[in-house]
Design a protein around this ligand. Sequence first.
Ligand code: AOF
Ligand code: ZN
Length: 343
Amino acid sequence: MADAAEREAMARALELAARGPVGANPQVGAVILSPDGEVLAEGWHRGAGTAHAEVDALSKLPVGRARGATAVVTLEPCNHTGRTGPCAVALLEAGIGRVVYALDDPNAVSSGGAERLRAAGVSVESGVDADRVRELLDGWLTVQRLGRPFVTVKWAQSLDGRAAAPDGTSQWITGPAARADVHRRRAEADAIVVGTGTVLADDPALTARRPDGALHEKQPLPVVLGDRPVPPDAALRRHPRQLIQRPGKDLPAVLAELRTLGAQRVFVEGGPTIASAFLREGLVDEVLAYVAPTLIGSGADGTDRPALGRLGVDTITQQRRLVVSSVETLGDDLLITAHPAIE
Ligand code: AOF
Ligand code: ZN
């Protein structure tokens, strides 16, 4: 069992990991603890071609200082000679007595470090704070596992599941706290995807903004799917990054292209047609439903504007089950975060 000092060190290692850039390599942090739980050194990985987190941390200690110490790392120490030597060997050579890590390295080429360390007599423990590390690395992990970016689909709805009134008006269903949350998530995404329907109906800017309107430092790539032209005066045309437009029927190809452009997290903002298409094709890793305590119902002529369209569910046995990971209150609204149940 990891002790309190080790758990605290893992929280710190996670903070250190987040300093690294999102790129071909994972963000990884490491903390070296003395046998009595004192922090001896910290390190993190600064991207492909640079020292791994463990080696960065060890490099800050005089020779011999890490003997009998514990290395706390967010990812399983690697076992391969890539752009750098294997971290498992660096830890052994430094005389580390115990290794605590969060996630197994999913990369077949570099995994196996834990086994190598155990075989050499090091006490190894995995899984500490794994959920939080997985959250930081969800983009990279999805690219490793599925060869495509991590896809989040977001929508806002009334309590009765409508995204707009019968006349198509939709501003504003959710309140300022929910909108601020969306902007924070836009800033964390590498690309934002909308359909031409949304562009024409809502004229979204698709920038990530702070509550005072100032732009976040990092702006996602704006992506429009559909073949209707984006008007020359659309707000989207003033986005700091060059807009990408694709007819959008082949969603795996769109995701593959975004991946080649470096995207690891894609935020699908709608509307119902685009959100439903990603869900229907099983290309969604996370769903964010912003639910406002308001009712809209359908129009006098039966016009209905539900949050989602066709999902390919014709009978109840085909319904798309989700697993809820959190329910939060944002002002008057709820945010339900869920992911598709693995069948
Ligand atoms: C670690 N510590 O800090 C990182 C690891 O091309 P390389 O040699 O940098 O290797 C990259 C792979 O090593 C990467 O895909 C992942 O599996 C692992 N990353 N491992 O022990 C680190 N960044
Ligand atoms: Zn390594």
